[in-house]
Design a protein around this ligand. Structure first.
Ligand code: NAD
Length: 296
């Protein structure tokens, strides 16, 4: 039984911590929210009073926090001063590449192994232990983190050096945003031109327009496998979270001098969609705004 610290027991972290406990680990859990702590207790974790109490004596320190500034604060205030020298730091949050790399450098300076390990998959995958982890860090850090990640996911992929996990995550989600928006546009346009959506799906899903956005997550209700479109665009991947990832991607692109005009346009579209009050809708719900001509 390994001692694991888990900090950030929200929508994602709650399920992930539960799976680490289910796998036989002694999980010391901390969150600012009392409700999240109570849920973690029910799931077999031991709630503790603060982040340092979770970190003290842990072999693995997992964080699942909203953004880079939260991870930085927890690392500086609790993890760096308290972590055992043999601990491995595993940040599963989606954060900016610059902060991920800076924190990995600070960890290395203190002799601590660290990985960035953002996830693909939503709340259901977190609860079901079927996340995909994209991991950045040294071979040694990856080897130490792997068993803990495997208890929470179905795939654990070493992407490269520190920050590479975050790079993979934001590049992937930039593709997802662009394919989703253009798939929505195509369905809306086909319908306006008199083509039945099911017929268009039958053709395009077997032709060169096929993508995950079309055949696994079709934005049109009643077409393709069941998706958030069939639930009034609720309960999937919220547009606000997609916008967060796109903003991280745009910042990273600017820093790297990468040309991303299509990704930028997708970011602008999600910005407008979220600003119109639809941030809680699934990101495929942007088809309704496109059909209504609200996004240009
Ligand atoms: P969430 O807001 O539900 O959970 C974050 C938790 O962190 C909250 O419970 C909050 O109280 C806690 N927290 C914040 N600051 C803290 C601190 N200083 N100490 C302890 N706890 C603190 O967010 P989430 O949906 O679980 O997402 C977490 C991360 O995973 C984000 O980076 C998000 O982008 C990423 N992600 C989310 C999804 C998704 O579908 N929700 C999918 C993939 C990746």
């Amino acid at each position: 039984m390994a001692r694991v610290a888990f900090i950030g027991l929200g929508n994602m972290g709650g399920g992930m911590a539960a799976n680490l406990a289910k796998a036989g680990n002694d999980v010391r859990a901390f969150d600012l929210s009392e409700a999240a702590l109570a849920a973690a207790k029910t799931a077999g974790c031991l709630p503790v009073a603060d982040a340092a109490a979770a970190v003290d004596g842990a072999e693995a320190i997992v964080t699942m926090l909203p953004a880079g500034r939260h991870v930085e604060q927890v690392y500086v205030d609790a993890v760096f001063p308290t972590a055992s020298p043999s601990a491995v730091l595993i940040d599963c949050s989606t954060i900016d590449v610059a902060t991920a790399r800076a924190l990995a450098e600070q960890a290395a300076a203190k002799g601590l192994l660290a990985v960035d390990a953002p996830v693909s998959g939503g709340i259901a995958a977190a609860a079901g232990g079927t996340l995909t982890f994209m991991v950045g860090g040294s071979d040694q850090a990856f080897d130490r983190a792997r068993a803990f990640l495997e208890a929470m996911g179905k795939a654990v992929i070493h992407a490269g050096a520190s920050g590479a996990g975050q790079v993979a995550k934001m590049c992937n989600n930039m593709i997802l945003a662009a394919t989703m928006t253009v798939t929505c546009e195509a369905f809306a346009m086909a319908e306006k031109l008199g083509l039945d959506p099911q017929v268009f799906y039958d053709i395009s899903s077997k032709a060169t327009g096929q993508s995950w956005s079309m055949t696994s997550y079709c934005p049109v209700p009643g077409v393709g496998p069941e998706s958030p479109a069939d639930r009034d665009y609720q309960g999937g991947f919220a547009a606000a979270l997609m916008l967060k990832d796109l903003r991280l991607a745009m910042a990273a692109a600017e820093q790297a001098g990468a040309s991303v005009p299509t990704g930028r346009r997708a970011a602008e579209l999600y910005e407008a969609f979220v600003e119109s009050g639809k941030g809680g809708d699934d990101f495929s719900g942007i088809i309704r705004a496109l059909k209504a001509g609200e996004l240009g």
